[in-house]
Design a protein around this ligand. Structure first.
Ligand code: ARG
Length: 412
């Protein structure tokens, strides 16, 4: 009996060619693996196609809850946006798919795993690093890195092997999507000077055609995780699904990003992530109430590290465990409600409240009855500026460059 390989299978042209190709080239029996991360495909149909294509077995499962609870929400708690912009939908999905493939490989005593990533992107890194980490004994096969088939050649290959090819015309873009967002690259987007054409978008209404009245929503949070929408408790998957629709209708979540890939290439990418954009914005605003000044600043540094480790495929690492320990502790008082105004492509938080709020109206108010001791400010300011006033007396007021600063000559 032939040895087995688990192939990450999307049902598209490339991964369909791979089923017979891997058998011919490597002799493995191919078991395909497909999971639902909210990409909107019918995984049952994909499973059937895999079997028709020659897979000895085809596995299809719903992994949306795992994805949201164990990947998307930790990244949201951490405020992880790659280069301050990309909510990391694709990057969060890869380690989960790879991990589930390793589980299947173990169940079926497979000797190898395979994916359809090219040799130019980040996704190959995320798959391979996860495989190497969780199952170093498994051989990794990445046919697209090896073969040099053009699209017409792939179609011809399918004909010869009786693989059904969909008649629908090829999209000019390379698209990956899941519940947390849609990633679009290539085609017309490759010139970073050109505005992305409207056809690149699928989840968001052109803000010129979006409703002319704003819509307000309320999101409820517990420990940095959204748990309800508009007064109704909700699990993560339906909550994000709903937000994608509501915010998408108002044209929110379009991101145009020239990003730095791990493999050294700069890439122009367009993302659509209505739910993710609203959630990140609302989360950050709730933190302004619930985190101390130091906690929010240090969290900002952690956010960047966290985003980098996700982007770079290092999810299953000890460093991630360390960072998440900080994040979980940092988020323990991030409970409350945020009100978000959705209007013409923009999500604006217009209200936030929390039972653990550090904001004190009694301290902040300019009205009568404030608890703040204004007289105490004088002594505080004296001590705060002491180092600087001492230096001025001893050095700067004595001549030389005086208080010169760029573009501004101070008193000598
Ligand atoms: N550049 C993004 C990332 O590395 C998205 C890649 C998505 N892949 C695609 N075929 N469009 O996470």
């Amino acid at each position: 009996m032939a040895e087995k390989i688990i192939l990450a299978y999307s049902g598209g042209l490339d991964t369909s060619v791979m089923v017979p190709w891997i058998k011919e080239k490597y002799g493995y029996d191919v078991i395909t693996y497909t999971c639902d991360l909210g990409q909107g495909d019918d995984i049952k149909k994909i499973r059937e196609k895999a079997l028709k294509t020659g897979a000895v077995e085809a596995i299809a499962e719903d992994a949306r809850n795992l994805f949201v609870d164990h990947f998307v929400f930790p990244a949201l708690m951490a405020g992880a946006l790659y280069e301050g912009k990309y909510p990391l939908a694709t990057a969060l999905g890869r380690p989960l798919i790879a991990k589930l493939m390793v589980d299947v490989a173990r169940q079926h005593k497979a000797k190898a795993v395979a994916h359809g990533c090219t040799g130019k992107g980040n996704d190959q890194v995320r798959f391979d690093v996860t495989f190497q980490t969780l199952a170093p004994d498994l051989k990794i096969v990445a046919p697209v890195r090896e073969w040099s088939m053009t699209r017409p050649q792939s179609i011809e290959y399918c004909r010869q092997h009786n693989i059904p090819v969909e008649a629908k015309p090829e999209s000019p873009y390379s698209i990956d999507q899941n519940l947390f967002g849609r990633s679009v690259e290539a085609g017309l987007l490759e010139d970073p000077w050109d505005e992305p054409p409207e056809e690149a978008y699928a989840w968001t209404t052109d803000p010129r055609k979006s409703p002319n009245e704003p819509e307000y929503i309320e999101i409820e949070w517990e420990h940095g995780v959204p748990i309800g929408l508009n007064g109704q408790k909700m699990d993560g998957v339906p909550l994000i699904e709903k937000l994608n629709i509501i915010a998408g209708k108002h044209g929110i979540g379009r991101i145009d990003h020239v990003e730095n890939r791990l493999v050294g290439i700069k890439s122009r990418e367009v993302y659509e992530a209505p739910g993710a954009v609203v959630l990140h914005e609302a989360h950050r605003e709730l933190e302004t109430l619930c985190l101390s000044k130091q906690a929010v600043r240090f969290r900002t540094l952690v956010s960047q590290e966290y985003a980098d480790l996700i982007y770079n495929g290092l999810w299953f690492s000890g460093f991630h465990q360390d960072l998440f320990a900080f994040v979980a502790s940092n988020q323990r008082f991030v409970d409350g409600v945020t009100r978000v105004k959705l209007f013409k492509g923009k999500a604006t938080v217009t209200g936030r409240k929390s039972e653990h709020s550090l904001y004190s109206k009694k301290l902040a108010t300019y009205d009568e009855g404030s608890d703040y001791d204004q007289a105490a400010a004088q002594g505080f300011i004296k001590i705060h500026g002491l180092g600087q006033t001492t230096q001025a007396k001893q050095q700067l007021l004595k001549g030389g460059r005086g208080f010169d600063l760029p573009g501004l000559a101070g008193p000598k």
